[in-house]
Design a protein around this ligand. Sequence first.
Ligand SMILES: Cc1ncc(COP(=O)(O)O)c(C=O)c1O
Length: 402
Amino acid sequence: MVKSAKAIRLADRIGRVKPSFTLEMAAKAAELRAQGVDVINFSVGEPDFNTPANIITAGQRAMDDGFTKYTAGAGMPELRQAVCAKLARENNIKAEPDRVVVSNGEKQSLFNACQVLFQSGDEVIVFRPYWVSFPEFVRLADAEPVFVNTDPEQAFEPDFDDLGEKITPRTRGVIINTPSNPTGGVWSHEAVRKLLKLAAEQDWTVIADECYERLVYGKPFISAETLNDHGARIVTCMSLSKTYAMTGWRIGYAVADPVIAKAMAKFQGQATSCPNSIGQKAAIEALTGDQSAVEEMRHTFRERRDLMVGLLNEIPGVSCALPGGAFYAFPDFSAYIGKKADGQVLEDSFDLGNYLLEQARVVTVPGDGFGSPGHIRFSFATNLDNIREGIERISKVLKLLE
Ligand SMILES: Cc1ncc(COP(=O)(O)O)c(C=O)c1O
């Protein structure tokens, strides 16, 4: 007998969450490529380099040695020790291992932090343009993201007047991300200090996403924790993904007050037990071994950035600030919104992104997905030839718009 098909009831929570938009764009590019379409992909959110050989060897050795079992929930003591040594060496942060929780990627660190810090009725400040996952982490904690504008002319630093207007008694925290995805903006020390002072006064917790800390092209990056003159409560989240081209190994970590770290480890223990054991062994090698590959990758990214931003600024009507970090350019394409393609108006950056995909076969990420209409995100995690060819294709099809 055939059962009658009943609608499946999913929890409200999942209905409130948006799918990861950048992952969707990457999937679209892969699908087109599989169909044999010659696509240039500027939507990539990961380095196009291989993980350095010494790190791969450490992972292989872990498997050969049978290091394939659960570890301590917050990460192996040896890795947490290596994280503390790295924090002291590179970030001037003094931390004991009881402040460190290693996770399956920094995304899990950020998720854990929001789960243990925020709840229904809370508001959390998120700066716009934002990385697509920030509002969703907050919503998944049953709290409300409150969006605050930034200044595109000033490395997308906070608009402190707008921030002042958005503060309510329910504000409990703020998420900062410098260097930023999607803008590549690196905030000045003054802007970070000003934000931290306010956070200390208001008793907010600051979640500092420092995923791109090693990918900066000007002065060396300084972690928010070392600019924290007024004792704001900071959960610093960092990743091995971008620094060491290790996105698939899934290792990131958080450094926080021991009370918060303990809560995050407890939460993670029930969610995923522990971070991936093989990834942890590879991470020890990444943090303690030869660092030369990091610098080489940074130099290559810098060269690509300079080429991409130069070419983008040659397109009539487009303006692109020089990103100080990460591997994204975030030009303003609003001059093309409202134009017509074959009589059809391009209403927003989604329409423009689709037009570029269909006509130029170039995948980009529309700024509306990051809360920033009129902008488009271009990743320069691809080679110089692709950058030249992709921007040329875009310039050509933009000329066809009326
Ligand atoms: C701003 C930002 N934060 C965090 C992450 C997460 O990195 P992972 O989970 O790979 O460590 C990413 C990845 O794209 C990111 O762009």
